[in-house]
Design a binder for this molecule. Structure first.
Ligand code: ZN
Length: 281
């Protein structure tokens, strides 16, 4: 049944790095209350996947949407990822979301990287053939696409949990669902890509279009095809089972540090602001 849209200034746009656990229940963090679960919302682009609404306790309690796997309808392949993104970003805009934290398991392109490394990218290259433009169809600056404040919060929390955390890096986004070929790996590396994934856009571009800050925690889950390392499915599953609650904990503690009331010096000057995105209603 469709649910009334709550007010929430924060959102967890979860991805493959937290997919293997129940977020936030399995993350071992005190003071997180689940206000609603299985909530489905009507949007002009169709019904969303079932979401949760949570409250992070503390001096200033924060209500946050919990959107699993970028909002993708994994059990309904006729609903495209683009349509799913349109749904959840419309919802976030209506709910008043201003700060988004996301995660994803990615492939390592940079030969310095190892499995289990955490990257907080500061830039991206969009290697998609089709761009999502439902939101932010107009010009939007991308000089600093990821929020500096949120990245700093993720950095401090991730360093408490993971041995190797990189404060910057360039992530390449491909369409998927297939992974890159060896020849493509060489090309993406020559472009300056450090890691490769399939979700950073439209999440990042849509976040800017709705006037929200976003940062992404990327966990290196496998190395590029030419690295000589294999990544059998059972090993990957074990990797994600182990790491999902750890990544989840980092996201929750980093969100506690975020303040939606503060104007963001990192993103504010580049954001289209309300006047721009309201044109797209
Ligand atoms: Zn920001």
């Amino acid at each position: 049944m469709a649910t009334k849209i709550p007010r929430a200034a924060y959102a967890f746009l979860n991805g493959s790095a937290t997919w293997a656990c129940r977020f936030p229940e399995d993350c071992g963090v005190e003071g997180v209350e689940v206000l609603a679960e299985g909530a489905v919302f009507d949007t002009p682009y169709g019904k969303t996947v079932p979401l949760k609404v949570v409250r992070l306790g503390g001096e200033k309690p924060k209500d946050a949407l919990v959107i699993p796997m970028h909002g993708w309808h994994l059990n309904a392949p006729h609903i495209t990822h683009q349509q799913s993104s349109d749904q959840v970003f419309w919802l976030m805009r209506e709910a008043g979301v201003k700060k988004i934290l996301s995660d994803a398991g990615v492939g390592g392109l940079n030969p310095l990287l190892e499995i289990g490394d955490v990257i907080l990218p500061d830039d991206f290259i969009e290697a998609r053939t089709r761009r999502a433009e439902t939101f932010g169809g107009q010009d939007m600056r991308m000089g600093a696409p990821f929020c500096g404040g949120l990245r700093e919060a993720l950095l401090e929390e991730a360093r408490k949990v993971f041995p190797r955390v990189m404060r910057r890096g360039t992530t390449v986004v491909t369409e998927g669902p297939r992974f890159a070929t060896r020849a493509e790996v060489h090309m993406l590396r020559a472009w300056g890509g450090d890691i490769v994934g399939q979700s950073v856009t439209p999440d990042v571009t849509y976040a800017r279009a709705i006037g929200a800050c976003i940062a992404v925690l990327n966990l290196v889950a496998y190395l590029a095809e030419d690295s000589g390392s294999d990544w059998p499915e059972a090993q990957l599953r074990e990797f994600y089972n182990h790491n999902a609650p750890r990544v989840g904990r980092v996201l929750i503690e980093a969100m506690r540090r975020a303040d939606s009331a503060e104007p963001c010096p990192s993103c504010g000057w580049q954001s289209g602001g309300p006047a721009r995105w309201m044109d797209n209603r």
